[in-house]
Design a protein around this ligand. Structure first.
Ligand code: LLP
Length: 438
């Protein structure tokens, strides 16, 4: 069987079996659906490990003093955290919950970077007490609060400051963060970043180790990273007069992945080339030595490793307009099409050997007209019971899922070498009501 269209959007182990079924990690997707039910999220372990290794190899090969910190908001799961520990990555957490997951998965606290624009006193206290490596400070309120909390716990806490260099990453407005009009970070242009450095250096229980400037997510160009790095390093050079010592620097994450067949973002090597070369050059020109470079990939680690599988049910053909094929999941497990107009590829996992026969729109089962997973996709003729698979669903689908319409969240399996293991069981109706008090 020749490669199927859009194969580069699927996990590395994607293949078609002699009976025309999609296989992942050596497991027949139809068998997995029969065993675990649908909607089902399947993660390919080989792809996950390779993505971790690619970031370590490509960045450390060019700039040895690089730390790779997985942005856990993209997908948090205990089995995944264990895998990250084995691969030598750290973890970026943006809430007490993500921190608890990092801890439970065996992540060392020194490898944890705590982000967020409104960390609570409780979260700060838990983080300091656990020994979180870095808090990435987002605003003046938090600076004062963390200093107090660290004093109460009796520790000096390492921090970075998140600055906003006013660079447009040309991505969806909802996932763009480095521009002036953003809720995140201290703007450099307004003088607030300078003031933050002054205040941070005067906090006796905080130790300022560097600057951070995440510009956005699903960034398809390397130039915005270079612009943000240059602007932030130039700013850091000026801030020497305030007493700033730049030991660490982070351009965040945001590396793009292909969702559809015509998307070809830069490779990990190309991002690494652009980032390490402008970082090296900036550090040399501005006399910074070799500070630690911290990168925070989220989507680009887990996104390509995940495939969502749904069962086809109802069909509605509106002559001359459109045919809707409904599946048993939708915006409850993947809000991205409704929230960001995100596009996905789709295949019929039990008819991979059949040619496309019609153009359909794949609708979810939730009570919203906007619950459309994929618009206008060419598929083989489908019948109720067929399996529709959406690739590149490993990032920001499960973690942004909800119980809307009291839908239990899907099961998740990890596959490798023909073996599947459940890494999250499907929610039950009982789970849905377990927290109600009546
Ligand atoms: N570091 C920081 C400080 C971040 O805020 C983020 C993502 C990352 C790293 C990781 O970015 P990534 O490598 O995953 O692009 N829900 C949206 C994406 C939101 C990204 C939020 N911050 C989506 O579904 O596209």
């Amino acid at each position: 069987m020749p490669d199927f269209p859009a194969k580069h959007v699927f996990p590395q182990t994607a293949a078609v079996t002699p009976s025309g079924h999609l296989a992942l990690g050596g497991c027949d997707v139809a068998d997995l659906a029969a065993e675990y039910g649908t909607p089902l999220y399947i993660f390919d372990e080989q792809t996950l490990r390779e993505r971790c290794q690619a970031f370590l190899r490509e960045f450390q090969g060019r700039y040895p003093n690089t730390s790779v910190i997985y942005a856990s908001k993209a997908f948090t799961n205990l089995a995944l955290t264990r895998l990250l520990v084995e691969e030598g990555l750290g973890m970026d957490v943006s809430s007490g919950g993500e921190m608890a997951a990092a801890k439970a998965g065996g992540m060392l606290p020194v490898k944890v970077y705590f982000h967020g624009n409104n960390k609570s006193r409780k979260e700060l206290g838990e983080g300091v007490a656990w020994g979180v490596g870095r808090f990435v400070i987002d605003n003046f309120h938090e600076l004062g609060l963390l200093n107090q909390v660290a004093q109460e716990v009796g520790r000096t806490q390492d921090i970075m400051l998140r600055v906003s260099p006013n660079v447009d990453p040309h991505t969806h407005a909802y996932i763009s963060t480095g521009t002036l009009d953003s809720k995140f970070g201290f703007p450099i242009g307004t003088g607030q970043a300078r003031e933050a450095i002054r205040q941070a250096l005067s906090c006796s229980y905080l130790r300022l180790v560097g600057l951070h400037c995440h510009i956005g997510s699903q960034v398809f160009e390397t130039q915005p990273y270079q612009a943000a790095i240059r602007a932030t390093l130039e700013f850091a050079a000026k801030m020497r007069e305030e007493g700033l010592e730049l030991r660490e620097f982070s351009p965040g994450g945001g590396f793009g992945i292909p969702y559809t067949r015509n998307e070809h973002p830069p490779s990990t090597a190309q991002y690494a080339d652009a980032i390490t070369s402008s970082f090296n050059q900036g550090c040399q020109e501005l006399g910074f030595g070799a500070p630690m470079l911290v990168i925070e990939p989220g989507r680009s680690i887990v996104g390509p490793a995940g495939v969502a599988v749904y069962t086809v049910g109802a069909r509605k053909a509106i002559p001359g307009i459109r045919t809707y094929v409904s599946v048993d999941g939708g915006m409850g497990d993947n809000i991205r099409p409704a929230l960001y107009q995100a596009s996905y590829e789709a295949v019929v996992a039990n008819r991979m050997d059949q040619p496309s026969a019609e153009r359909v729109t794949i609708a979810g089962k939730f009570c919203e007209s906007g619950d459309i997973l994929v618009r206008d996709v060419d598929l083989p003729a489908t019948e109720p019971g067929d399996l529709v698979a959406l690739p590149a669903t490993g990032a920001y689908c499960v973690p942004m899922s909800s119980n809307y319409n009291m839908a239990p969240r899907p099961a998740i399996v990890m596959v490798q070498n023909g073996v599947a293991r459940l890494i999250r069981r499907r929610e039950t109706y009982h789970d849905l009501m377990a927290e109600d008090v009546a």
